[in-house]
Design a protein around this ligand. Sequence first.
Ligand code: F6R
Length: 613
Amino acid sequence: MCGIVGYTGQKQAYPILIDGLKKLEYRGYDSAGVALHLGNHLAVYKKQGKVAALEAYAGDHPVAATTGIGHTRWATHGEPSDRNAHPHYSASGEIAMIHNGIIENYAQLKDELTGKGYVFNSDTDSEVLLNFIEDIKRNNECSLEEAVRVALKRVTGAYVILLIDTEYPDTIIAARKGSPLVIGVGKGEHFLGSDASPMLAYTKEVVYINDYELAIVRPDELILKNLGNERITPFVQKLDLELAAIEKGNFEHFMLKEIYEQPKTILDSLRGRLNAERGYITLSGLDRIEDKLRNAHRIVIVACGTSWHAGLIGEYLIEELCRLNVEVEYASEFRYRNPIISSQDVIIAISQSGETADTLVALENAKKQGATIFGIVNVVGSSIARITDAGAYTHAGPEIGVASTKAFTAQVAVLQLFALKLAQMRGTIDDTLFQHLLHELEAIPAKVEWILNNQVEAIQAIAHAYRDADNFLYLGRGYNFPIALEGALKLKEITYIHAEGYPAAEMKHGPIALVDEELPVVFVATKDVYHEKIVSNIQEINARKGNVVAVVSEGDETVNDLAKAVMVVPQAHEIVAPLLSVVPLQLLAYYIGVERGLDVDKPRNLAKSVTVE
Ligand code: F6R
């Protein structure tokens, strides 16, 4: 949440910062701003709203500078407004700072500073930290670097901060704890970002900054220190990422591009791991914790949002195939409710960004209690990936649309590999079924391609028919229940239509009261062991004049006849079928969002990568 960028070098900083902010806008778009080093003074330009509003405003002002910082905000302390937008000026106007994170003890620091006569121009915790730093610098007559170091020792919470100071014309001071920071190394220039996307057009050499590290960044120099003022050698890594991966190409939205990428991203998540022809799965991360898994009393899956839905599918898979007890936990609850964890627990952490604050802290707590952590993470080198004992990256590539799509299917594919491999290891699956499922999984990318080639028109028609609905109900059983939850979440996020996902049979215990002639009820009704039961549930809705829309397996005439409209997916074994049945629901949410004229890549109030709790 919140995107930060920085540049110091020989080029003009402003266009680089604006371009970088546009690439990071998925992290928040309540306001945007830049601070530039204009000769002997700083200029701060900031505006409520998206980066385009900032551009329109700053275009009329002087922007010639070779050092600057920029910020796109997801509001925590203080409403979205010009005054709460970053960067903030210090009281003297000599330092400007941007911040991603939350300073938890800001109220106490604010009281101290107010007592000394400081006046604040915003409601943010960030401005408090900035003035706290300036106060230390002035009172101790020390460098900005030293003042930052001293201040951060007093701070609780999470942060990435970037500061520029009139006293140090070409220098950016940066520090991190709990929020991501990447520094790109160019020739006579450095780039800073919440992720590598702002620097990808200029350099592929990057340094991932760790918690409690402080960077002094100049055009020709990158000095890294810990908060004890000891130097650390920067570890420069080469990015394995192409610019095209973070651009929209010919698609109208990132969300649509990412939905269409799924045949490839699912294949990428299976590549080098699944060999159906020879009949085996290689998952080196799982091998690394084989002993722990053999002796595990249970597996606990920890995640948030869409990743939590993938976790629910993981629970069904592992319990069915491996006969091992699995619990699925919301990270935000798990971290605070003092759960019972032992060294015989294996925790599976699922996260696209690898930076979700609740998931990260839940894992840190579990690790302290001796649990083994296996990560299913998309962003390579992210904080969650780094604290795991072992793991399997999902290899879905950068996901920029705020609503998660391709990351979800890649997570489910990796969970399927994990469950199959673990079942084989534990001797809980017979070889015929194992071999059959490997072929079923291998066939999935082509089947997703079939949906994308053959079902879009039907889905667009459904979207058009129901675009004005006030509520939706999504129902499914077994593996399709988490898909119903995910379909409902996608709809809420993208279209702002209220939607609920429910186990289809549970519907009779309450939600059926919602059914009337207006209500669209989306059944995820692909062919599986529950099929007859879900057909009965559809009839129950029809009897009450609800509008049944169904995701059905190809050739299913029964549901086809009962539903007002269908979205067809190819037949598949129920264990792999969620990878198919979710795709029409992603498209349905997308096209309803488009029908309603909404910015589906930037839904209101949301941000990708929830780095605050
Ligand atoms: C929904 C969505 C969120 C994320 C959740 C966890 O479309 O994207 O619900 O799934 O914030 O994020 P990660 O997976 O990055 O930990």
